[in-house]
Design a binder for this molecule. Structure first.
Ligand code: ZN
Length: 242
């Protein structure tokens, strides 16, 4: 029996052109999940990311269903006390205004980034809609018991991974550090979505190196299911968890 319940839940769909994930002809177009992580235990209910919510229209064909997706696991939106946002892209933060949680946490770096955007940009609008529920975390801060936001630069301003302590170890939500299991083997393929591709690649390599061979269960925003990072040849591969 785990000391806390950590669930990876698909709360939406993002239609993805294969060409955005790697070299031409490598991937078919596919519907990718928009995942959230629900952490329950010790009297707390923490939700990591929220899918697109009211911002579905930002991406053609994107859909989200956070309320129903959580309900399937016996969780109402009003049960969530803390929302942790890995970054302020529409498909991660758009549902946050609809969750009546007391605390909504982003990295201070992400908040500064969003405030520097034009007023009509969705990241800034979401930030403003959250008002004084918004809390800004320093890099590596424990934002809820046993949950840390660790900055993972390159993808977007203030983008962060989430480390979740469980059973004396940890799980890692990589958010948008990778977008497809093949990016573990080919980190250089995942550059289309990075604001700073060089920083994104360095971040990707650093996390893969750190996690490889440790057995740490990992997940990412647009990959189905937990997995581990395994050494393979001179690099790494994604191993889906049982
Ligand atoms: Zn994303």
């Amino acid at each position: 029996m785990s000391d806390r319940d950590v669930l990876l839940i698909s709360a939406g769909v993002i239609p993805m052109e294969g060409a955005l994930l790697g070299p031409a002809g490598t991937f078919q177009d596919a519907d990718l999940p928009s995942n959230v992580v629900l952490v329950r235990g010790g009297g707390r209910t923490v939700l990591v990311d929220t899918a697109a919510g009211q911002l579905d229209s930002e991406w053609e064909g994107a859909t989200s269903n956070l309320e129903q997706a959580l309900a399937a696991h016996g969780c109402r939106l009003s049960d969530v006390d803390t929302v942790v946002l890995t970054h302020l892209d529409f498909d991660h933060c758009g549902g946050a205004p609809d969750v009546p949680a007391k605390h909504v946490v982003v990295t201070a770096t992400a908040a500064v980034w969003a405030r520097g955007l034009r007023p009509d940009r969705s990241a800034r609008r979401v930030l403003e809609a959250l008002g004084d529920r918004l809390e800004e975390a320093a890099d590596g801060a424990e934002v809820a018991p046993g949950i840390r936001l660790v900055e993972a630069p390159g993808h977007r301003g203030g983008h962060a991974c989430v480390e979740i302590a469980v059973d004396g170890g940890r799980r890692v939500f990589l958010a948008d550090v990778i977008h497809h299991p093949s990016h573990v083997e080919h980190p250089e393929w995942d550059h289309e979505f990075d604001t700073d591709p060089d920083a994104g690649l360095a971040t990707r390599r650093r996390w893969l190196e750190e996690l490889a061979g440790t057995g740490t269960l990992c997940a990412a925003s647009h990959i189905s299911g937990w997995g581990t990072i395994e050494p393979a040849g001179g690099g790494y591969r994604w191993q889906p968890a049982g």
